[in-house]
Design a protein around this ligand. Structure first.
Ligand code: SF4
Ligand code: SF4
Length: 90
């Protein structure tokens, strides 16, 4: 399971959302992402939440740990190291 470890460092760049949607659909679309970043790029200090969907009823793709990719894209591509794989130290 992917965990948000360092959410305060998030800048709201949405790279993780786009990467996740590309994994699921080979498109860049927020509706195709398991991740939803509720944070403003223009006001990253303004708080907000990051949610990762594991709910099959939510109507968006469920995180599958980037099955078929070389690594979990959100972990590998987030410039702020916000995510980690639960159960791993790094
Ligand atoms: S890639 Fe990282 S910094 Fe950018 S929105 Fe996602 S969690 Fe925040
Ligand atoms: S591991 Fe892959 S599928 Fe899961 S949230 Fe991260 S980018 Fe999306």
């Amino acid at each position: 399971m992917i965990e948000v470890e360092n959410g305060d460092a998030c800048t709201g760049c949405l790279i993780c959302e786009m990467a996740c949607s590309f994994h699921h659909s080979r498109m860049f679309s927020r509706s195709q992402s398991s991740i939803r970043v509720n944070k403003s790029l223009s006001n990253p200090e303004g708080g907000g939440q990051i949610n990762i969907s594991y709910d099959t009823e939510a109507g968006i793709p469920v995180c599958d740990l980037c099955e078929g990719e070389e690594y979990p894209l959100c972990i590998g591509l987030c410039p702020q190291n916000v995510y980690r794989l639960k159960g791993r130290e790094s």
